[in-house]
Every structure is written in structure tokens, then in C-alpha cells.
Design a protein around this ligand. Structure first.
Ligand code: ATP
Length: 414
């Protein structure tokens, strides 16, 4: 039904009591979208979402995530390439025949219907027998923790409950796959965390293939089995969240994933040392860039620093002047200036040919022990761990990290 925020159809099938996996891998091959006005919104996406997998598309506004999802749903004509669901090419299949259910940001429940009726509505339209509707809605309500509120109208539900009703509406269809577009973005921050957790649990219980779109990297990292980071219509990297975090293959991925963000500055390799701003730090013998000299972009995650007072004595240190101190209880963030040009995700969100580097001195953040004695305006020693540095090519943004084999290290150490 129009305005419901759902696009799916499934014919009467087994009841909800026996939730079980139904084969539905989703494959994108060379998927491309050019809008009639010439906008190239999606460029040659290749992706395999395995049966039962939860994959998140994440990227800044306008990177093409929604367009990609809408092509999978059948709501947007495909310019080039293929979408397969369960091995079948669905390019020319209308949405209702794709056996998928969508959950959007604007879930638009019918205000005059109870939560139960909102969830049952699509099934009723499809003439699913009444007892089966009851069973399916009842089971979905149980999964979603909505049992107590089924008789209530949307207006009398909390935002989180309303969003769960919208999800319930998708679940009762028992689709092969869920497609979700920013389903949590209408919720306030606290609610979002709660609904996010129930969404995770739901996925674990139902095991339904899910493609989820968000601009929020925390959502992506917490929900996704794998995360595809998009920029300007392309997928830059698809990986497990921890791998994306630890081994970003690209400068943009490095800048986008992680909060506070990775510190990224222009730096210079000088033999076995790296120079950035006023600092010169020995490189780790194993984890280092694939070149012995020249300009690169250095990346240091905030947690690769520590207040030297709380770090192992053998770690190298730098002295910094504290510009800002944020005490967060569980840890503290120390901000300090580095006299070098900074790369930010915002700078990277510009046009494809825009310079990667913002023309300003860098403001670094360090995540340190909350017992730190750091005081604004005063110097402090920070231990820094070069074995966790990242390196990127300033021209292409590609990671320059190589892991030298131990034998080579032994040679280098002589
Ligand atoms: P957001 O998070 O802001 O929704 P997104 O990553 O989902 O962004 P899309 O909505 O897929 O991005 O849009 C990708 C690009 O395609 C943008 O440049 C957008 O302006 C453009 N675009 C979207 N819809 C159309 C349309 N109907 N006609 C022309 N261009 C469009």
C-alpha cells in the first residue's frame, strides 16, 4: 500500500512459528545508476550479500546508498548491471514479486489503526487467513517486545515502539530479505541505541538477509556483519567492522570509520623515522609504509596515544601542549596542535578531484587514561605506539601499509 513505507509481497506461507532461514543471497554485479539528468549516482557496484548476512552501506550524504538500495528493491530502474536475489536476476521484476520487505526512515503508520492492525494490514490485503495473521503478528510482537502494546494506536506509543511496529509490519511478511534505509534516524539518540540493540537481536533470531543503509558509522559498525563504505557512487571497501577499523585500505575509509576520528596529517618518511609537524618518531620495524622516503599521509588513532604516566616505560613519547581536555568518565580526550596540514573526512567529502588535505594546522585527539594530570594550556608527555600507525598515499589515498616479514626485520636490525 502506498504511504506505508513498505514494498513487498509474500503469499500465504508457513506460519511464523517455524522461523527458519530461506535461501536469499543478494548479488550486485556492476550495478550502475545514471539518473535522467545525468547524475551518476551509483558506479559499478559489485557485492555479494550471503544468505542470512547483515550488510550495511555506509557513507556521507549523496554517496548513492539509497539509490543502490532502491535498485535492489525494484523502486528505481537499473541503468547497467545486475541485481540477483536468491540466484535469480530480478532486474525486470516488480518490487512486489521480489519477496523483500523494506523499512524506511518514515515509517508512516496508519494513525487510526492499533499496532496490531498496522502490522496485520498487509497480510489482510493479501488475504492471508485470519488465524495465521494472528499467529504471525503475535510471534513478531514477541520478537520485538511489543506484546503489551498491540491494542494501542501509534499516537500513544513511544518513538521506539512505533519504529518497532514498522519493523513488525515487515517481519510478518516473512520476506526473503529486509532492506532498511536509515530506519533509526527519526529516533532520539538514546532510543536509537536501544532500538539498534533490538535490531541486532532480531537479526540473530530471524537470520534473514538484510541490507541496511545509514550515514552513521557507529550504526554501521555495531549492526553489520560486513560494512561497505561508499563514496561518490563507489564502494571503497567491504569488510568486517573490526577489519575496516584496523586495516582501512583507503584514506577516506580511515577518516570515516572511528569516533573520534583517526588523526590524519601530512608527514614525511625519513629512513626509519617519520616526521610530522614538530615531531619525529621512529617507525615500527614491522608495520611501516612501503617506501623509504617522501611525503605521505600519516594516520594515528586517538587510542594509539596514552598519557605517558600510564603507559609502559619503554614506549616512546612526544611532548604536547593541551589545547582542549574532555573528561568523559571512562576515558579522557586530550586535544593538541600539530604543526602540519590535516586531512579530515569533511575535506574528503568534497568533489572527487578536490584536494585531500585541508589547509590548516592539525588538531590531534588522544584518548588517554581518565586519571590523566593533563591541564589545558600546559605541556604533557604522551606515549605513542608506532606499531599502530597507518600510512596513505597523498595522491591516491591508498594505504601504504606493508607488514615486513620477521626475517627482514632481523636483517634490518643488524
Ligand atoms: P542521503 O543519505 O543524503 O540520502 P545517499 O547516499 O542515500 O544520500 P542518494 O539519495 O542515493 O544518496 O543520491 C545519490 C546521488 O544521486 C546524489 O548526488 C543525489 O543528488 C542524486 N539523485 C538522487 N535522486 C535523484 C534523482 N531522482 N534525479 C537526479 N539525481 C538524483
Amino acid at each position: 500500500p502506498r504511504g506505508l513505507g513498505c514494498a513487498a509481497a509474500s503469499t500465504g506461507r508457513r506460519s511464523y512459528g517455524n522461523i527458519g532461514p530461506r535461501m536469499a543471497e543478494i548479488t550486485l554485479e556492476n550495478l550502475t545508476k545514471v539518473y535522467p539528468d545525468g547524475t551518476r549516482a551509483v558506479k559499478q557496484l559489485d557485492l555479494e550479500v550471503e544468505d542470512g548476512e547483515f550488510v550495511v552501506f555506509v557513507g556521507p550524504s549523496g554517496c548513492g546508498k539509497t539509490t543502490a538500495l532502491r535498485m535492489v528493491a525494484g523502486l528505481e530502474p537499473i541503468t547497467e548491471g545486475l541485481v540477483k536475489i536468491g540466484g535469480q536476476v530480478v532486474n525486470n521484476l516488480p518490487p512486489k514479486n521480489r519477496d523483500i520487505a523494506m523499512v524506511f526512515q518514515n515509517y508512516a503508520l496508519y494513525p487510526h489503526m492499533s499496532a496490531f492492525k498496522n502490522m496485520a494490514f498487509g497480510l489482510k490485503l493479501r488475504k492471508v487467513p485470519r488465524p495465521e495473521i494472528s499467529t504471525r503478528v503475535g510471534d513478531a510482537a514477541k520478537v520485538l517486545g511489543l506484546e503489551g502494546v498491540l491494542p494501542k494506536r501509534p499516537r500513544t506509543l513511544s518513538g521506539g515502539q512505533r519504529q518497532r511496529v514498522a519493523m513488525g509490519r515487515a517481519i510478518v511478511r516473512e520476506p526473503k530479505a529486509f532492506l532498511m534505509d536509515e530506519p533509526l534516524s527519526n529516533l532520539d539518540a538514546k532510543l536509537r541505541v536501544g532500538v539498534r540493540a533490538s535490531l541486532s537481536e532480531l537479526h540473530r533470531r530471524l537470520g534473514v538477509t538484510t541490507v541496511y543503509v545509514t550515514h552513521d558509522q557507529t550504526e554501521a559498525m555495531t549492526l553489520g556483519d560486513r560494512v561497505a563504505v561508499m563514496r561518490e557512487g563507489r564502494i571503497l571497501q567491504t569488510d568486517r567492522p573490526q577489519k575496516l577499523y584496523e586495516e582501512p585500505k583507503d584514506l577516506f575509509v580511515a577518516a570515516f570509520i572511528g569516533s573520534p576520528a583517526m588523526n590524519l596529517v601530512q608527514a614525511r618518511i625519513d629512513g626509519d623515522e617519520i616526521v610530522f609537524g614538530q615531531y619525529r618518531v621512529p617507525l615500527d620495524p614491522v608495520r611501516r609504509p612501503d617506501r623509504a622516503s617522501g611525503e605521505i599521509i600519516l594516520g594515528i588513532r586517538p587510542e594509539s596515544f596514552e598519557d605517558a604516566a600510564f603507559a609502559p616505560a619503554e614506549q616512546g613519547t612526544i611532548e604536547v601542549i593541551v589545547t582542549v581536555l574532555e573528561e568523559l568518565g571512562a576515558d579522557a580526550h586530550v586535544f593538541f596542535r600539530v604543526d602540519a596540514r590535516q586531512v579530515t573526512a569533511e575535506a574528503l567529502e568534497g568533489k572527487e578531484d578536490a584536494t585531500l588535505i585541508a589547509d590548516s594546522t592539525a588538531l590531534f585527539s588522544a584518548r588517554v587514561d581518565p586519571r590523566t594530570r593533563a591541564r589545558v594550556g600546559e605541556p604533557i608527555r604522551l606515549a605513542v605506539d608506532p606499531s599502530r600507525f597507518h600510512f596513505f598515499d597523498p595522491e591516491t589515498g591508498a594505504s601504504l601499509l606493508t607488514e615486513r616479514r620477521p626475517a627482514a626485520v632481523a636483517m634490518a636490525g643488524r
